[in-house]
Design a binder for this molecule. Structure first.
Ligand code: ADP
Ligand code: MG
Length: 700
């Protein structure tokens, strides 16, 4: 008879009510299944012992053979602890217990060989090992089935309440005993033979108690593949359902507007990447499903032209289109750029933002409703309920990160049949992450810059070098260039940051005096109108220096600006640094980025500076960022749930992830409802997993 893995953990021999509670609250283990899926973080070689004189303050857990020579209780009341003097031939350490003294004291024998295992702390001149795993050497040798001891995730509470690593090992051994090590296979025979995977039972046994390193690696591979495969399968199925359910507006024509623009007005040859992406978009628009596509492309890669040409297709099919940007400045820039093209094509286009005057606003509303207005550009003002379209066929969102899923769905509702949606982002989300998180979005990538773009020279300078940097600025300005100087602005210390900015501005104003130099300043505390005014002065070239906080981060386009100075660069994250740098390098001139920092840099800050000076590739930078910060921080907590993986690591197991994605997609293509009998295991596992919360809940 096989054991039901949904059995509550309380039923396992050796797990009483209090341990069961601890396992639940500390490790989220409710059932046999949860326990068998508690995978070791690492393994230590149990045939290796440390001698006390070889201990180092930064050792992880160590194993030592020695004897207890004395036992005493020290401290008063809540500070009371049991201390054992533990000695080998080379030295002495202390073993310390803060709880459960009486029981431990009765068990321990003096002058008898023990093996202790745990982490040693260096404290007032000696090492101590709190709450060690301790075992008579005789017993230890008898129990030594495998050279590799699994080390399980733990918490302070668990170890102080007696649920040590040894207890976890024993509990899992007990589970394997009760289940006879037999577990239902969860992958199909096809997959197992094609990928030469070990069976589920063998993988579970060897991941906990590896017979040897080779079997351990194969077992880990199998379990990682399985974990990632089911996530990918779920995403693929969701994507498929979405496409079947949401009928889209079929844009069958590529007509007059598109063709006229393409043949007469397109000022340059599209890059191969732009052509590929346009093709992907045209495929979507021509199909019966609603397009829901994420367009990723580094700053300057030419997303705007793709957006325009997509809008032209919508117009060619008699529909309206809109483009939404996160800030007023950006929407104005888009509007002005697009207006030039629209005038040539005789297309009506308007701008709608928070500052649009009531009268004009009303005109826009009316023109939209009767269908006279074809294109609308703006900020989130577009989302207001009053903004009604006659027939919105396409909505484009620039800079995904500033808008949430909620806003996307608001746009959906602007037409009885949801419009096609194109989301554009210049923040490259690492491919691995995008693959796992954006289940409902198809992804297009522009991974190529237009030709002739000079890569930006980036250097790192310490504050002490400021005079040299200023001299460099003077030289560049003398050549007719413009300069950005950016200060960090981080919510918590807004006041201080503001002071930094103002101090910085004053010192720059001293070093770059009027009338030879004109300086603009833009920051978050200014009124939108003042901000726009200052921006315009810089855009027109009336000022040479723009002192700003990160409000200029997104999208601003001033081709003549060729130097970006980032103050306190150590306080910015990698993706932000890359975004800021993208403000320069937009013209024909060689551009520069200078990262100013103090001498005190953490290891991570150093890595960030090195990455920036080494690479101009947004995707490469994003991958480093992912490694430094972890997926949760990058995607925000709301979306990190999916990445709460048990055994696979989205960064390190990138190759397995791609493989899992490939096989999941293949499976869904060949057997969309998983109804073939050879896929029975897959269907059952899939159904079982779908019932559970945690990782299988991802953003929609
Ligand atoms: P982003 O992807 O950052 O939005 P833009 O669309 O603003 O980039 O494009 C940056 C600049 O490159 C614009 O001035 C645009 O006209 C130009 N550009 C775009 N595509 C090409 C191309 N294929 N060849 C030459 N220049 C291009
Ligand atoms: Mg852009």
């Amino acid at each position: 008879m096989s054991v039901n893995l949904q059995t509550p953990i309380d039923y396992l021999k050796g797990v009483g009510p209090s341990r069961a509670n601890l396992l639940r609250s500390e490790l989220g283990i409710y059932t046999y299944q949860d326990l068998i899926n508690l995978f070791p973080n690492r393994y230590i070689d149990r045939t290796q012992y440390y001698t006390i004189n070889k201990l180092q303050p930064n050792n992880a857990e160590v194993q030592i053979i020695g004897e207890i020579t004395a036992l005493k209780e020290v401290g008063q009341q809540r500070n009371k602890r049991l201390v054992a003097t533990f000695k080998d031939d080379t030295g002495i350490i202390e073993l310390v217990w803060f709880k459960g003294h009486k029981w431990i004291r009765e068990q321990l024998k003096l002058n008898t060989s023990y093996v202790v295992f745990g982490k040693c702390n260096w404290f007032s001149g000696k090492y101590n090992m709190p709450h060690p795993d301790i075992e008579l050497q005789k017993t230890h040798e008898k129990n030594l089935h495998s050279a590799m001891l699994p080390i399980y995730p733990s918490t302070e509470k668990l170890s102080s309440r007696g649920v040590s690593n040894r207890v976890l090992v024993k509990t899992i051994q007990q589970l394997l005993l009760e289940t006879k090590g037999q577990f239902t296979e969860t992958l199909s025979e096809d997959l197992i033979s094609e990928l030469k995977l070990v069976s589920k039972s063998e993988a579970l046994l060897n991941v906990h108690f590896p017979k040897n390193q080779h079997l351990l690696s194969r077992s880990q591979y199998r379990l990682k593949f399985e974990e990632l495969f089911y996530i990918q399968l779920q995403l693929s199925i969701k994507n498929l359902k979405h496409k079947q359910k949401i009928k889209g507006l079929p844009f069958s024509n590529v007509g007059q507007y598109f063709n006229t623009f393409f043949t007469k007005h397109l000022a340059f040859e599209l890059t191969e990447a732009q052509k590929r992406v346009l093709k992907e978009i045209r495929n979507d628009l021509g199909s019966n499903a609603q397009m829901n596509r994420l367009l990723q492309g580094d700053v300057g890669s030419g997303k705007t032209i793709v957006a325009l040409m997509t809008m032209l297709i919508a117009l060619d099919n008699g529909f309206q289109a809109c483009l939404m940007a996160p800030t007023e400045i950006l929407s104005i820039q888009h509007y002005e750029g697009l207006l030039l093209e629209c005038n040539k094509l005789n297309i009506s286009i308007k701008l709608l933002t928070g500052s649009t005057k009531t009268r004009e606003r009303r005109d826009i509303h009316n023109a939209l409703e009767c269908g006279e207005l074809q294109l609308l550009i703006g900020t989130h003002a577009l989302l207001e309920d009053k903004v009604k379209f006659k027939n919105l066929g396409l909505a484009i969102i620039d800079e995904q990160h500033r808008f949430g899923v909620a806003q996307r769905s608001k746009l959906w509702k602007k037409n009885s049949t949801p419009p096609h949606i194109l989301v554009m982002t210049a923040t490259p989300i690492p491919r691995t992450l995008a693959m796992s998180v954006y289940g409902d979005l198809d992804i297009s990538i522009i991974d190529e810059l237009p030709p002739g773009r000079k890569s930006i020279k980036t250097v790192h300078r310490y504050d002490t070098n400021r005079l040299n940097v200023f001299k460099f600025l003077r030289d560049e300005i003398a050549k007719g260039r413009q300069v950005y100087i950016v200060y960090p602005l981080i919510q918590e210390s807004e006041k201080l940051d503001y002071k930094d900015l103002m101090d910085g501005y004053e010192s720059i104003a001293r070093d770059f005096p009027m009338p030879n130099y004109q300086i603009s300043i833009v920051h978050g505390k200014m009124k939108p109108a003042d901000k726009a005014f200052e921006m315009q002065r810089f855009i027109k070239g009336e000022t040479q220096i723009m002192v700003a906080t990160t409000v200029i981060e997104v999208g601003v386009n001033v081709p003549n600006a060729s130097v970006m100075i980032i103050e306190s660069a150590e306080r910015f994250g990698l993706s932000q640094l890359h975004q800021l740098r993208g403000r320069v390098g937009r013209g024909a001139e060689q551009s520069y980025c200078v990262l100013m920092t103090s001498h005190k840099l953490s290891a991570h800050s150093k890595t960030r500076m090195e990455t920036m000076t080494r690479s101009n590739d947004g995707f490469e930078i994003a991958e480093v960022d992912l490694r430094l910060r972890g997926p949760g921080d990058i995607m925000g907590t709301q979306q990190s749930g999916i990445l709460n993986l048990k055994i696979a690591d989205i960064v390190k197991d990138n190759v397995i992830l791609k493989q899992a994605r490939y096989y999941a997609k293949q499976m869904i293509t060949k057997d969309p409802s998983l109804s073939l009998s050879k896929n029975k295991n897959i269907l059952e596992t899939y159904k079982a997993l779908s019932k559970y919360k945690n990782i299988w809940n991802y953003i929609s």
